[in-house]
Design a protein around this ligand. Structure first.
Ligand SMILES: NC(=O)c1ccc[n+]([C@@H]2O[C@H](COP(=O)([O-])OP(=O)(O)OC[C@H]3O[C@@H](n4cnc5c(N)ncnc54)[C@H](OP(=O)(O)O)[C@@H]3O)[C@@H](O)[C@H]2O)c1
Length: 333
């Protein structure tokens, strides 16, 4: 057990947030009950920040855990920082999605509500990589802002404390940031040693948006649809393994310390190692030399390519990520 008061915090919207959170995506492999069991253990281990999502299909089970922890007097609602996300099929019904998450998580209000993806392109749970939804379409500024404004209204009503965005690119941020009334407090993006997104990270920091890193360990048990033969395996990179050996810890701990060292808030998922992951925040720091060695592991190994969000006429998953600085297919940018 780690005293939550000893877990360092990061700046968020003028307030503070614990510097490590627990992910709750079972990756289509871990059942809702097992994830909820990890959350129960996580609260007792000292986690206070939890990254949930409507589409992870386990908010009801996790909500029962929060309720039980509050009933037992282990935590109060105000001790927890609960984040969840609006799934792509609810962009026109954000209030409904928010109220369902609040109901399922049994939490009265959300500390942060994210737009999970910046477009409404929907895929069914457990779908395979070739599945396409005929309604999918490219990013639209107006559609995004319509969804965003619905969350702003929920902030006005006190149901949501902070607004989060996720899976954004710099061109998309440039297209929307000066058009919102309430600035986004955080942006959740894939970030691990073999996919660092350094430019995006610097952009977020420069705009006072907290960078939250998902798949901080390189997600070795991610869904089948997100696994390709050329993907790097972060925790097996020799430089990382060597640093881990020198400190007598698992490479996962080095990934987390590296994230923290560059100002990224990691949200590792774990059912077996969550206590060690929280401990990573309160023990030794990596040296500048170690940080520099890990920086060299960048190899563009994006794991969530997003093929299932592609629209008719899109060439490849690269179209989702605006790699040449232009938002592909956008009709109102
Ligand atoms: N915004 C988005 O679009 C988005 C997308 C993807 C993910 N996310 C969020 O990010 C979270 C994390 O991503 P992720 O779950 O895909 O990947 P991850 O956190 O990079 O990796 C999780 C895996 O690493 C293992 N692991 C964790 N700690 C370990 C340790 N100390 N030693 C050895 N192995 C360890 C876990 O196994 P054990 O369970 O056996 O420990 C699990 O299989 C998700 O749960 C979700 O909340 C957000």
């Amino acid at each position: 057990m780690i005293d939550p008061k000893t877990v360092p915090t990061m700046k968020l919207d003028g307030g503070r947030i614990p510097c490590v959170g627990m992910g709750t995506f079972g990756s289509d492999r871990v059942s809702p009950e097992e994830v909820a069991g990890a959350v129960a253990g996580g609260i007792r281990a000292g986690y206070r920040l939890f990254d949930c999502a409507a589409c992870y299909g386990n908010e009801e089970q996790i909500g029962n855990v929060f309720r039980a922890a509050m009933d037992e007097g282990i935590v109060e609602r105000g001790d927890l920082f609960l984040m969840t996300k609006v799934w792509n099929d609810m962009h026109r019904e954000v209030e409904k999605s928010c109220l369902k998450s609040i109901h399922d998580l049994q939490c009265d209000y959300l500390d942060m509500l994210f737009i999970h993806w910046p477009f409404p392109n929907y895929h069914a749970p457990f779908c395979d990589v070739n599945s396409r939804n005929p309604d999918s379409r490219p990013f639209s500024v107006e559609e995004f802002l319509d969804t965003y404004r619905q969350i702003e209204a929920l902030v006005d009503r006190g149901l949501v404390r902070h607004i989060g965005i996720s899976n954004m690119t710099i061109p998309k941020l440039e297209a929307v940031l000066d058009k919102v009334r309430i600035r986004p407090a955080a942006c959740e993006s894939e970030m691990h040693p073999c996919f660092q997104q350094q430019e995006l990270l610097e952009y977020l920091k420069a705009h006072d948006i907290l960078p939250i890193g998902y798949m901080p360990l390189g997600s070795p048990r991610r869904p089948e649809r997100d696994i390709e033969p050329g993907d790097a395996v972060d925790m097996q990179m020799p430089a990382l393994v060597e640093i881990a050996r020198a400190h007598n810890v698992h490479p996962a701990i080095i990934c987390l310390k590296w994230a923290l060292g560059r100002g990224v808030l990691p949200i590792p998922f774990s059912v077996h190692n969550y206590e060690a992951n929280l401990e990573a925040a309160v023990t030794f720091r990596l040296t500048e030399e170690e940080m520099a060695k890990i920086a060299e592991l960048e190899c563009g190994s994006r794991l969530v390519k997003g093929q299932v969000f592609l629209w008719e006429g899109a060439q490849s998953w690269h179209d989702l990520w605006d790699e040449d600085g232009v938002i592909t297919g956008c009709s109102d940018c």
